[in-house]
Ligand binder design. Sequence first.
Ligand code: HEC
Length: 205
Amino acid sequence: MSGFEFNKLMAAFLTAALFAMVVGVISDMVYEPEHLEKNAYAIEGVATDAAAEAPKEVPFEVALASADPKAGAKVFARCTACHDDSKGGPNKVGPELWSVVGRPVASADGFAYSDALKGIGGEWTFEKLDHFLTKPASFAPGTKMSFAGLSKVEDRAAVIAYLNSQSDAPKEIPAAPAEGGAEGGEQPAAEQPAGEQPAAQQNAG
Ligand code: HEC
């Protein structure tokens, strides 16, 4: 091969390479393979509004679904001055709390409840305990429970999960409501208003 012919081959090769590069750059420009920051289309009623206005705190149901009863036992150390939580345990300054989740409000045998607590009615659900323990004096104005409250949702969820475990028949802790759900893009999720109760949801856990 002469030097001249070699140069011609080289030139042909470089031209081809240059052409390929230019095509590549142009196609990138045309197809813009950048990721959008948001979905280009909004799915109505799903998450967007809720996410914009969401408080920084995790919702109670979400905290409860992942609450650790063992962590709750530690939180309960702040309650033991006034409460016993063992089976058949005594009333102290406050009523005994064995199996309190699902128990009618103000129903421990032999404890003299305030009218405030007696007036609440119903039974202690997870949510009711959450509201009571956030600030007892607001939930039941005039209550005898002189305890400021647990301001952290994680603490409340943990201690409630712990109290739930202090029972012969702990209640099933509901699964956290699905949030966002952006992952499974194919799902026809539009029908369900955000924050709907997942009560019917069967959880294998
Ligand atoms: C200073 C004492 C005191 C402390 C501390 C205290 N409690 Fe109480 N608790 C009481 C009293 C007294 C009552 C009864 C209130 C009434 O009759 O108004 C009560 C009532 C309750 C009830 C309602 C029980 C029922 O039978 O209806 C629950 C649940 C409860 N406390 C949970 C807790 C938890 C959980 C903590 C710790 C985070 C705690 N308490 C800390 C004194 C206390």
